[in-house]
Write a new protein. Structure first.
Ligand code: GLY
Length: 336
């Protein structure tokens, strides 16, 4: 990732966890943050490379993106007597990465942060780009910082322990990027089954990350272009919030959030690709409630709601619409 003095290396491969010190500066103290559902061996392998280390486990799930868990993590960093020249390492999915990155940005006004994503979703999207956040006052990602990691290590071996549904949900973020920006990658995902993609995951992850890298390098703080990475997320967040924690995975909500934002021709290809990878294409929940929660999620944006639309796979537009227009587009598609 080329961002001047905030540039960092993203390494993708197999068997990398035990070699973390080849990629990160670990001749110092490191607090490795993971969650209680990730095989402990992953955090242990990374931690074993650091000179002085501890492992800190948070509960699995979106509930850990909270002020209480953030406070406890900062307390742990202080208890470990980390100094500004030490580091924290996230070994986990998007929740672990978002929380740990935010804690790193705050502790002593910023210490080094490394990210080792263990979910496909984090590998193809959230582990790079520097967005860190917790949820607060019922609003997703409302407290956060742009804080780039110092390095990202993607070890595809860890995908072997990831359930199929999690793989599909992660793949959806790659489908999102391909739909807005890379017709060739879309064609590949559209034409391959999930097993085929898994047999060459490194290539697929690299292609998705290259899209994100290009976007973030041009618009690190999301003043314009970076908004395209939110394709499907506006309604998706509302569906996620209204369905209740853990009922639908984030990637599944993004799948449902993308559909109303496409032209009929683009949607046809998107639906067949989502179906191929066992991602949902129909929503049976309360769409009006999801739309209402989207408004709540976006209430900070008085000028309207930014939506990303895809008329032709591989290309997209950013439009600002009123709350009523947004509701009309979503209701128009889901028909309730
Ligand atoms: N996941 C969207 C972004 O990083 O901007």
């Amino acid at each position: 990732m080329e961002l001047g003095e905030r540039s960092y290396k993203i390494t993708i491969g197999c068997g990398l966890l035990r070699r973390a010190s080849d990629f990160f500066r670990l001749e110092r103290a490191a607090l490795v943050v993971t969650d209680d559902n990730i095989p402990q061996i992953y955090a242990e392998s990374v931690a074993s490379c650091a000179k002085r280390r501890e492992i800190y486990k948070i509960p699995e799930g979106e509930g850990s993106k909270s002020i209480d868990t953030l406070s406890a993590l900062l307390g742990k960093m202080a208890e470990m007597k980390l100094t500004r020249s030490d580091c924290v390492i996230a070994v986990g999915g998007g929740v672990v990465g978002d929380l740990t990155g935010l804690a790193a940005s705050l502790y002593m006004r910023g210490i080094d942060f490394y990210n080792v994503p263990t979910s496909l979703l984090a590998m193809v999207d959230s582990s790079i780009g520097g967005k860190t956040a917790i949820n607060h006052a019922g609003i997703k990602n409302i407290v956060g910082a742009f804080y780039q990691p110092r390095g990202v290590l993607i070890d595809t071996d860890v995908l072997a322990t990831l359930p199929e549904r999690h793989i599909a949900a992660g793949l959806c973020e790659a489908i999102k990027m391909a739909a807005t920006s890379d017709e060739e990658l879309f064609r590949y995902i559209e034409g391959a089954d999930t097993a085929q993609i898994l047999s060459s995951t490194e290539d697929m992850i690299a292609r998705a990350l290259n899209i994100k890298k290009r976007v973030v390098e041009q618009d690190e703080r999301e003043s314009g272009l970076r908004k395209i990475l939110n394709f499907g997320h506006t309604l998706g967040h509302g569906i996620e919030a209204s369905s209740g924690e853990g009922v639908l995975y984030h990637g599944e909500c993004v799948a449902l959030g993308m559909l109303p934002m496409c032209s009929p021709k683009a949607r046809e290809r998107l639906i067949s690709t989502l179906k191929r990878h066992r991602l949902p294409t129909e929503y049976h929940g309360d769409i009006a409630a999801a739309i209402a929660l989207t408004m709540h999620d976006k209430k900070a944006n008085a000028g309207g709601i930014d939506i990303i639309t895809v008329d032709c796979i591989g290309k997209c537009d950013i439009r600002t619409v009123s709350a009523d227009e947004f509701a009309g587009i979503c209701l128009g598609y889901y028909g309730k």
